[in-house]
Write a protein that binds this ligand. Structure first.
Ligand code: GLU
Length: 428
């Protein structure tokens, strides 16, 4: 957990860092949409560039008294349709490029599902698993303090992402509120319900993944085989909900290992094991397999629900799933996308497939603004309606223009943001 010291190895001999790859992929997808929409150069540059980008040094006092300094980021990619919105990621490998890419994806995602937000993302380059709870709290509060001028319920609203959770959001809400002098629940979403969090927010991304999967399947899910890569907040519950819906979840993986059972895994038991032992490694009631084997299994549906760049030009030719539903942001590189779509695989893109999280974040923010609280059913009904609406629009445009679902989703998302820019005009 120390600051990265620049390497002395010449840049040319180093592989492209993952964050840079994620940004290149996001820019590639944006460029395609801009081509489809015929955007002029000025607007193209405007939409490809984040409006605000902040890098901060976060000093943190360790339990042993030592002080470490880690890098933190908050990028507001766009704020034309409303406040910036997006999660905060705690991951040792995160960098400004990755956060910029993820912020851009949030802009298109919010526009696509019709919620009045721009896009943002934050990150701190720490491994939350290597910190004590008190260290984690100190990192969070100090990071929030550094980005304080940027955030607020009308400016930029953080939420959970990889490596952060309800507790992180509670600390963010508290740090912001103490500075304001009064409670400001609407400054974050994905909070505990005691602090104004929404019922149904915790599993919202995964419920959205289920809605997207069943909608893309368009048939009875009974016996449909599924492999889920990533068994974290999104993947574990997506596996559970898909299993509850009648699918046969035959393989799941996390950073510690992968397990499979052709007859179908007991997802409830796996989640309990995972909670107790901190990972899937060592689970005895299924066969162990490698991460690569999971991605290449002969299944109907593959749900990549971990990090960016899981499906690449290298492994895409061996992927046998006919339907891929992107629970993670950016799991498929553009090269892999071309190979997979070329071989007839349908991909439900991230900005549609995992939009359930930010949809219910929006519903939470609305409840906070109204100082009210809705029932789980009311939240779930709105989530379903908004997912169905977005999926219907994407499907219709894809059919009309012979686009892939990804191209259609980006054309809609980018198109709405471009339209907002055009109507607002340029100041001064
Ligand atoms: N981190 C989630 C995402 O990538 C949720 C963001 C939010 O709720 O603001 O969509």
């Amino acid at each position: 957990m120390t600051v990265m010291v620049p390497s002395t190895t010449p840049a040319t001999s180093r592989p492209v860092p993952l964050g840079r790859q994620a940004l290149d992929s996001a820019l590639f997808q944006f460029d395609q949409a801009a081509d489809h929409l015929g955007l002029d150069d000025g607007l193209r540059t405007m939409l490809a560039t984040p409006r605000r980008s902040l890098t901060v040094a976060v000093p943190v006092r360790r339990e042993n008294g030592r002080m470490d300094v880690v890098q933190g980021y908050r990028v507001q990619h766009n704020i034309s349709r409303g406040p910036a919105k997006g999660g905060v990621r705690f991951h040792p490998a995160t960098d400004i490029h990755e956060i910029t890419a993820l912020a851009m994806m949030m802009t298109w995602k919010c526009a696509l599902v019709g919620i009045p937000y721009g896009g943002a993302k934050g990150g701190v380059a720490v491994d939350p698993g290597a910190l004590t709870t008190r260290e984690l709290e100190r990192v969070t509060r100090r990071y929030v303090n550094e980005i304080l001028p940027l955030i607020g319920p009308e400016k930029d609203i953080p939420a959970p992402d990889v490596g952060t959770d309800e507790q992180t959001m509670a600390w963010i809400m508290d740090t912001y509120s103490v500075n304001a002098g009064y409670s400001v629940p609407g400054v974050v979403t994905g909070k505990p319900t005691t602090l104004g969090g929404s019922l149904g927010r915790a599993g919202a991304t995964s419920r959205g993944v289920r809605i997207a999967t069943l909608s893309a399947l368009g048939r009875d899910p009974d016996g449909v085989t599924v492999a889920v890569q990533g068994f974290g907040k999104v993947g574990a519950l997506a596996a559970q909900y898909l299993s509850d819906a009648g699918c046969r979840v035959v393989a799941v993986s996390d950073a510690t290992g992968a397990v499979a059972d052709r007859g179908g895994l007991d997802v409830t038991a796996l989640r309990a094991y995972n909670k107790e032992s901190g990972g899937l490694y060592g689970y005895r009631h299924a066969d162990a397999l490698t991460h690569d084997e999971l991605l290449e299994l002969d299944v109907d549906v593959l749900v990549p629900a971990a990090l960016e760049g899981a499906l690449t030009a290298e492994n895409a030719p061996r992927v046998r799933a006919r339907l891929i539903v992107e629970g993670a942001n950016g799991p498929t590189t553009p090269e892999a996308d071309e190979i997979l779509t070329g071989s007839g695989t349908t991909i439900v893109p991230d900005i549609l497939a995992n939009a359930g999280g930010v949809i219910v974040s929006y519903l939470e923010w609305v409840q906070n603004a109204q100082a009210s609280s809705w029932s789980t059913d009311a939240v779930d009904d709105r989530l379903r309606a908004m997912m169905d609406q977005a999926f219907g629009e994407v499907r219709a445009l894809a059919a009309a223009q012979r686009f892939t679902l990804r191209q259609a989703a980006h054309a809609i998302g980018v198109g709405r943001v471009a339209e907002a820019h055009r109507i607002r005009g340029l100041y001064p």
